[in-house]
Ligand binder design. Sequence first.
Ligand code: HEM
Length: 358
Amino acid sequence: MINGLIESTKQVSLLDPFLLDEFFMDEFHHCNRLCHVKGIIRKGNGLELAGVQLQHISQVTAQAMTRDLGFLASSLVRHGASLNEVSGLEPFLMNISKISQEIPRDNLYSYTVRNPTGKRRRSFTGLDEELLFIELLTISIEEILKLLCLLPGREMFDPESQECAEALHSCAGRLEVLTPSIVTVKRKISPEVFSYKLRPYFEPLQVGGRSWVGQSAAQMPLLLIDWAVWGADCSDTDYRSYFEHNIEYSPAIIRDYQRQQGLTESYISLTEKALKGMSPYRAEAVATALLEILTVLAKFRYPHIKVAEENFSVRVRNTQGSGGYDMEILNLLAEYTQHNRARIKTALRNSCRQLINH
Ligand code: HEM
């Protein structure tokens, strides 16, 4: 299932449905740098969206169209123009959303894994920092998608299985990609460049009478890892609404995967129970691998919080991340990561005592 998503993102990245490759290589950056919004409007109107026949458009083409129109639309909004300046843009985004099976605007996937590589790379500014930012997010998403192919699903998850323990151990290894990415951001993308030059392009868009937030790393498929490991039975309403919100912005395959899993109990809860059972030693390998995943996540989340704090500190007060969140959600996720590490550590310690006492 997730393999299908990996394959389709590659296909989308190869497409140039509106023949905009050349425009995105140079003129687009020039327009954005000079706030020359008329140049973007002219290009958008030249696409004659109202005349495009939709019946033969495939899902991947619709996703590539959404990506490219998203770059134009976000630039319009960034320079204070309305989407209505490009004739037919809003209805077109709504119509192709039915084909793409996704929200009627671009998302994190459009900006990263569905973005062409090399010279064809789409970016708002062309700045080295933005290209690096796209690259780091892309590498992380690619690793997480590969990891999801390994992650035991609900049917396969067995706290006493050595095979599950090995799969979870490999997942922890792949998740390690996140920490060097955020360390590189800290070293190479100053809060001023990110907050003043890049962040303004990730504003919400009004489409079909609703506001849709911009590309946010909160839309990463990491959502599903937390969900499986500890989130599925977490009753915190802030966490649950954060999860639901970002799942809605995810590709259909991610949404279907989550629905089909139908998880009601998290892997931590299932493993904790097994560690309290008759043969606790059998669940130790899975418990240790889950602990490894949470440790890797904690190693990413704390430096990430630092980067976000440094960015918020150079912005005007009460601004939000592009996904519409402030520091609270990042702190909440870090706290749950730590809380669940402590849970599984305690359960492991108690199971060892139980073994010694026998
Ligand atoms: C200057 C760079 C960055 C800033 C200022 C930043 C800030 C934020 C903010 C404010 C959020 C909350 C959601 C929102 O409103 O968008 C968020 C979420 C998130 N960001 Fe970043 N971020 C940055 C770079 C990165 C990078 C490079 C990665 C990974 C490679 C990343 C991964 C995540 C993840 C996974 C989330 C979801 C929350 C979590 O799982 O802890 N971010 N980020």
